[in-house]
Design a protein around this ligand. Sequence first.
Ligand code: SF4
Ligand code: SF4
Length: 248
Amino acid sequence: MTILPTNTSKKLGLVIDLDICVGCHACAVNCKEWNTGGHAGPLTDKEPYGIKPTGVWFNRIHTFEVTLNEMEPGRTVHFPKSCLHCADATCVTVCPTGASFKREEDGIVLVNENKCIGCKLCSWACPYGAREYDSDEGVMKKCTLCIDRIYNKNIEEIDRVPVCVSTCPASARHFGDFNDPNSNVSKITRNREGFDLMEEIGYKPTNKYLPPRPRQNNAKESNLPPEMHLQTDIQNPILRWFDRALSR
Ligand code: SF4
Ligand code: SF4
């Protein structure tokens, strides 16, 4: 069993705005591009133009057509997902070799590939499907929060953010320290009632999601009984829908 730090000096992570994400996949593609040449690279990529492409992708975008009830038109929600760098990361504690670990200085969860035996216990322990097994190298890989970028003094300071954040053309992704109440990510999470993905399972993910905003001037919705209106708190039916869909 590998021990988790009780506290971390910083709590670096992402805020992802589900109201703004347009599902363009730019973040996923640039994540693949950066990381295949970086700390965790190369990332396996098999038959990329074939019928069944497979490979290692740290960031994946899932798109859902959400229909909450018969009285409301459906809406499309794009849902980017990568490691959430959980505080209570069971993917770390199940690791028999100490390959998976959480850094005390910034809370980033990493894999030491030299210690990984490819047993895949961590991927079974991760409820978010955020671990990626590299069959070419026989080791587990995952999002590093671009550790080779955010501390990289060889690049401009403005670019020292995860590449998914700097790439997003819609500015749907934000990066910062959740331990600092005045950071951009802490403020935006407070202001927009950001939520934990599948909070009830208790992994305490660092990354937060901002819920889709209610539709404006939706005549059909205004005819719904009050309890069925879209809300911005955790009762938001889209969030409940996500919880159900991801828990399956
Ligand atoms: Fe571990 Fe999964 Fe949480 Fe990432 S999202 S820290 S892989 S449990
Ligand atoms: Fe640890 Fe590697 Fe096994 Fe995951 S696959 S639990 S990182 S040894």
